[in-house]
Design a protein around this ligand. Structure first.
Ligand code: UDX
Length: 440
């Protein structure tokens, strides 16, 4: 490899995006690339090196003044971020070139497609990174191309959607922004725009692995230069320096590691239900109460990550999710089906109960239950409410009985396939090597 091959990585500033892209950085440095990770931040600070001196982190302003109240309006936020990056990034790249450390490519988050032109005008190759799977991005692609129209009826259970290489989806299996297009018009625009210039992108990276989305793979590879490089789950790294780095996800939250693990240590194997709804989902109070009642009535021990949603603050409680999922006392994972959580559950062979909320989660949950068969989803009422009886039923189904055994067997199978993909010589490992070799 050419001495000093250097790549810039720029995630969207949300935990579900920073985690997988920073894990990808670690994978790249373990293969010999130099990485600058740019983190969009509300508190600009000087660049710093990570614990093992492997990645240079450069915080870049999100465009708000430090003392300015941040707008809750997504369009305004996105515009500020775009203006700030477009002003600062080209200069940063020039400085890197002048200091003898020229970057060769910009790996950017798919939700900021305009970064492709920033890369090209600075003489860099543009590699888009999809943090969500093909099973959602291809749906957005069909919407973008006009070959699928967003349903007009929000609660029509019977409306079916068919896409090439997909199981039949009903309207509740679609990414929520399509089902509730009038509620989140700006997010809908962002997710669809991800595909707007994909035909001009030099490299398309996705945090998935070939076997997981086998049926879609041929099709996406016939359209774009796709490299599936996932799952970017830290526990799977082969380089010891990287697994030992506890700051594995550049986490926005602090986890109470010792307390969680000490409690889990006191429990029998496969006896605990782990409940986590990721970093963004906010449940209504009555749904929280109902979930709590269902968990209590199920009779199992449970470890539930509850955030201080009312005041919309940072989570007060945050668990070390990977350490928890890997613990032998965990019997199943009640998850909102966020993509990182799905990959973590799959890679650790943990049976799942899906309680999808919004975004890609409903479609991820559909595949989790019907395609990979590693869990079940809770059924909600027409208004989206999940009753405690339903929670009890699904927990029982996964924790015991014939169906639970089948799910456990499948979960074990996917755990091995995941490991195979990221191990040396596995499909995702080869894709990463291919990416690295482009800069030799
Ligand atoms: C968001 C969207 O909700 C999700 O649908 C999309 O796929 C990615 O962006 P988020 O809600 O945060 O993500 O969920 P998820 O993708 O599952 O990511 C959560 C991450 O936080 C995981 O890596 C998980 O391990 C970590 N986590 C979560 C903790 O470490 N501790 C916790 O207590 C909860």
């Amino acid at each position: 490899m050419r001495e000093g091959s250097h790549v810039i990585v720029l995630p969207f500033p949300a935990q579900g995006h920073i985690t997988p892209m920073s894990q990808f950085c670690k994978r790249l440095v373990s293969k010999g690339l130099k990485i600058t990770l740019i983190l969009v931040s509300d508190k600009p600070s000087p660049p710093y090196r990570t614990e093992h001196d492997l990645i240079t982190v450069v915080p870049i302003s999100n465009g708000f003044q430090e003392d300015e109240e941040q707008s809750q309006d997504l369009d305004d936020y996105m515009e500020r971020v775009e203006t700030s990056i477009k002003t600062r990034l080209p200069k940063l790249i020039e400085d890197m070139k002048l200091s003898g450390n020229p970057p060769r490519a910009l790996v950017y988050d798919s939700t900021m497609p305009w970064l492709l032109d920033v890369a090209h005008s600075s003489g860099l190759r543009g590699a888009v990174f999809f943090t969500q799977p093909w099973l959602v991005s291809t749906i957005y692609y069909h919407v973008n191309k006009g070959s699928f129209s967003v349903p007009s009826t929000r609660h029509d259970h019977s409306a079916l959607a068919s896409f090439p290489s997909f199981p039949m989806l009903n309207s509740y299996d679609l990414p929520s922004f399509l089902r509730e297009s009038s509620s989140y018009p700006n997010i809908l625009r962002i997710v669809i725009d991800q595909l707007s210039n994909i035909d001009r992108v030099d490299i398309v990276l996705c945090n998935t692995f070939d076997k997981l989305e086998e049926k879609l793979l041929k099709w996406v590879q016939s359209l774009w230069p796709v490299l599936n490089i996932g799952p970017t789950v830290p526990s799977m790294y082969l380089d010891k320096r990287l697994t030992e780095d506890k700051n594995y996800g550049f986490s926005l939250f602090d986890a109470n590691v010792a307390k969680c693990i000490e409690w889990l240590d006191s429990k029998q194997p496969s006896s605990v239900v782990y409940v986590s709804l990721g970093s963004l989902v906010i449940l209504k109070e009555d749904q929280m109460m109902e979930l709590a009642a269902g968990l209590k009535q199920s009779g199992y021990f449970f470890l539930w990550v509850v955030r201080d949603t009312e005041k919309n603050k940072l989570p007060r409680n945050w668990s070390p999710q990977l350490e928890v999922l890997r613990h032998e006392s965990i019997g199943c994972f009640l998850t909102h089906c966020g993509w990182n959580s799905m990959l973590e559950g799959l890679s650790l062979g943990v049976p799942m109960i899906g309680m999808p909320h919004w975004a890609d989660q409903p479609t991820n949950g559909k595949f989790m239950e019907d395609v990979w068969k590693v869990g079940v989803r809770v059924k909600a009422d027409v208004d989206g409410f999940v009753r405690s009886e339903e929670i009890v039923k699904r927990v029982g189904e996964v924790m015991e009985g014939e169906k639970g055994k089948e799910i456990r067997k499948n979960a074990e199978k996917w755990k091995l396939l995941t490991l195979e993909a990221v191990s040396e010589g596995g499909r995702s490992d080869k894709s990463i090597n291919e990416f690295v070799s482009m800069f030799c």
